[in-house]
Ligand binder design. Structure first.
Ligand code: FES
Length: 87
């Protein structure tokens, strides 16, 4: 089963579910504010497994300032492999 890892926390990576929501269900200490893709607070570095995230929307791409990052509240796992993020 594919997994989503943040620091010392891992959860099953569920197809079509956003990274932030999945990590919050297990109490991961991810910084966030709006949960709607506009503030950028939830930006995470993709350590590995970027290919197992759905492509960013135009709005997410506009908000991102650094390559190799995604908005945790917008990036959805595809469930096809392991993803590791950090913040
Ligand atoms: S929490 Fe604001 S962009 Fe994700």
């Amino acid at each position: 089963m594919a997994s989503l890892t943040f620091k010392d926390t891992s959860v099953p990576a569920t197809k079509g579910h956003d990274v932030l929501g999945q990590l919050l269900t297990v109490g991961a200490d991810v910084r966030y504010l709006c949960m709607s893709g506009s503030c950028g607070t939830c930006t995470v570095k993709i350590v590995s497994g970027a290919e197992h995230l759905a492509p960013p929307t135009e709005a997410e791409t506009h908000c991102l300032k650094t390559s190799g990052t995604r908005l945790a509240c917008q990036a959805c796992t595809t469930g096809t492999g392991d993803v590791t993020v950090d913040q």
